[in-house]
Design a binder for this molecule. Structure first.
Ligand code: SAM
Length: 291
């Protein structure tokens, strides 16, 4: 768990290795029904939110993570109309999904309503009003329960969860991936936050073993997000259409231009390159190559 000295926040996600943030100003701290929430100001990273001792998001680098978990699957799909976000209480994922005019309906299932309320108040630059989008259905519930019981179907499912500890653990379970597969329309895509493989290789191995039997095309893609320490972060990819991961640069460029979305990290070349995994990750997931 984290420890806060008079003016420092020490993340202790990993034994014997971690990052610290000077807490210029503590904006809010509360033990919610589900987790310990802290939001503070840091001179370098802007406003920072942590849950149960783990840094969740910072104003400075959230754009990398949120752009890569939304524009990659939505532009690869090409005609996503119904998007499901699991978790994502800070609103950054919702903000990026809502930029896609082609998306007609967004369901967001967040277990902790206090995270939504506090992020609306103290991290307004994350959601930027997206919680008022008329396409949004916000459900305060356990994402596992939702995907296990809903009759709705989705074109893209984005799991923007905490790490597999506490309430987030169930979002890395076999049942969760199976239920997500059930909730996908034909041609649907599931993407999930899947940790930094250099530090959490077991997480990648476990997810690979679970996606392998569920999706005709499963893989991972990567982006370096500074405050998810320990190297590049992996995003799990499960697609019902094997062509989606092999789109040409021209196709992606046309779709990206057509979306009219201005990004700070995502572009078609980054999209394609992100799926190139290093040998140690391929070996860990028993994939001979990036094909
Ligand atoms: N970007 C962060 C990361 O990569 O770790 C995730 C940020 S987002 C704040 C994580 C959200 O997942 C939190 O708001 C948390 O409340 C939510 N969450 C955790 N377990 C959940 C569950 N079982 N169902 C729905 N939401 C959940």
């Amino acid at each position: 768990m984290s420890t806060t000295t008079t003016c420092e926040y020490l993340e202790t996600l990993y034994e014997g290795y971690g990052q610290r943030f000077r807490m210029e100003k503590l904006l809010h701290e509360v033990r919610t029904e589900h987790q310990h929430l802290v939001i503070f100001e840091n001179p370098r990273m802007g406003r920072v939110m942590a849950l149960d001792g783990v840094i969740q998001t910072t104003e400075a680098d959230e754009f990398i993570y949120h752009e890569m978990l939304t524009h990659v699957p939505i532009l690869a799909h090409g005609s996503a109309k119904r998007v499901l976000i699991i978790g994502g209480g800070d609103g950054g994922m919702l903000r990026e999904v809502a930029k896609h005019r082609s998306v007609e309906h967004i369901t967001m299932v967040e277990i902790d309503g206090t995270v939504v309320d506090m992020c609306k108040e103290f991290l307004p630059n994350h959601s930027k009003g997206a919680f008022d989008d008329p396409r949004l259905s916000l459900v305060i519930d356990d994402g596992m329960r939702f995907v296990a019981t809903t009759q709705e179907k989705f074109d893209v499912i984005i799991s923007d969860s905490t790490d597999p500890i506490g309430p987030g653990e169930v979002l890395f379970s076999e049942n969760f991936y199976q239920a997500c597969r059930r909730c996908l329309n034909e041609g649907g895509i599931l993407v999930t936050q899947n940790g930094t493989p250099f530090m959490q290789i077991e997480e990648v191995k476990t997810t690979a073993g679970r996606l392998r039997s569920l999706f005709p095309d499963w893989h991972f893609y990567q982006a370096a997000v500074p405050t998810y320490i320990g190297g590049a972060m992996t995003f799990a990819w499960g697609a019902t259409n094997t062509a989606y991961r092999k789109l040409s640069r021209e196709t992606l460029s046309q779709r990206f231009a057509g979306s009219g979305i201005i990004t700070r990290y995502y572009n078609p070349e980054i999209h394609i390159g992100a799926f190139a995994l290093p040998q140690y990750v391929l070996q860990a997931v028993n994939k001979p190559s990036n094909d």
